[in-house]
Design a protein around this ligand. Structure first.
Ligand code: CTP
Ligand code: MG
Length: 214
C-alpha cells in the first residue's frame, strides 16, 4: 500500500513538474517571440527614425523669422510654401536631427548594442534633411490645393517626414536603408509615426509652441 502511494506521489510530482516546465517554456517562448517580433523591431524603428523625428518639433520650437519662400507667391497666386516654413526652423531642425544622430552613433560605438541599427554620418544627415524636405514638399502641395497654413491635411501631415527621409535615403544611400530597415520595423514606423506626431503636437499646442494641436 505504502509503495503504491509513493509511486502515485512520484507520478503526481512528475506530472506537476511537467506542467510547470511546459508553462515555463511557453512563457519563455512568448517572451522570445515578443522580443523578436515586437520589441526589437520597435526599438529599431525608433532608433532608425530618431534623426527624422526630432527636426519637426525643434523647428516648431525654434522656427520663425524669414520664410523660405521669402513671402513670394507661386504662379497660381498662392504662397509657395507659406509662413510656416522658415529658414530658422529648417536649419535648427536639421541641426537637431544630426545632433541626436551623433549621440546615437556615440552610444552604439561606446556600448556595443549589437541589436540596434548602426547609423552613419551620412544616414543621420539624410534622415534629418529628408524629414524637413518632405515637410516642405507637403506644404508646397498643401498651398496648391488651396489649404491655408496650419490647416489639417490628414495623412500628408503625418507621413511627410517619413516619406521625405526614406525617399532621400533610398536615392542617396540605398545600401544603408536595405541593410538596416526590416519589414517589421517599416510597418511599426507606419503605425508609430501618426501616434507620435499627434502626441508631440498636442504637447506643443499646450506649451504654446504650436498654434494648432495637429
Ligand atoms: N517651422 C518652421 N520652419 C520649418 C518647419 C516648421 O519655422 N521648416 C515652424 C513654424 O513655426 C510652423 C511650426 O514649425 O508653424 C509647425 O510646423 P508645421 O505644422 O509643419 O507647419 P504649419 O504651420 O502647420 O504649416 P503647413 O500648413 O504648411 O504645414
Ligand atoms: Mg502643420
Amino acid at each position: 500500500m505504502t509503495t503504491r502511494c509513493t509511486i502515485i506521489q512520484i507520478y503526481l510530482i512528475q506530472s506537476n513538474f511537467n506542467v510547470c516546465a511546459c508553462s515555463l517554456l511557453q512563457v519563455l517562448e512568448c517572451y522570445i517571440i515578443s522580443v523578436d517580433f515586437f520589441l526589437l523591431p520597435l526599438l529599431s524603428a525608433v532608433w532608425i527614425m530618431l534623426p527624422a523625428y526630432l527636426p519637426n518639433p525643434v523647428a516648431a520650437l525654434f522656427g520663425g523669422g524669414t520664410p523660405i519662400d521669402l513671402g513670394r507667391n507661386f504662379s497660381d497666386g498662392k504662397r509657395v510654401f507659406g509662413d510656416g516654413k522658415t529658414f530658422r526652423g529648417l536649419c535648427m531642425g536639421i541641426l537637431a536631427g544630426i545632433g541626436i544622430g551623433i549621440v546615437q552613433i556615440w552610444i552604439t560605438g561606446t556600448y556595443g548594442l549589437e541589436y540596434l541599427p548602426r547609423h552613419t554620418y551620412l544616414s543621420i544627415m539624410l534622415l534629418a534633411i529628408g524629414a524637413l524636405l518632405g515637410d516642405l514638399c507637403k506644404s508646397f502641395f498643401k498651398r496648391r490645393f488651396g489649404k491655408e497654413r496650419g490647416t489639417k491635411w490628414p495623412v500628408a501631415d503625418q507621413y511627410d517626414l517619413v516619406a521625405g527621409a526614406l525617399v532621400l535615403l533610398l536615392v542617396v544611400d540605398p545600401s544603408w536603408l536595405f541593410a538596416n530597415m526590416t519589414l517589421s520595423a517599416f510597418i511599426l514606423i507606419l503605425i508609430l509615426t501618426p501616434v507620435l506626431h499627434r502626441t508631440v503636437n498636442i504637447i506643443g499646442y499646450y506649451m504654446g509652441v504650436k498654434e494648432v494641436p495637429w
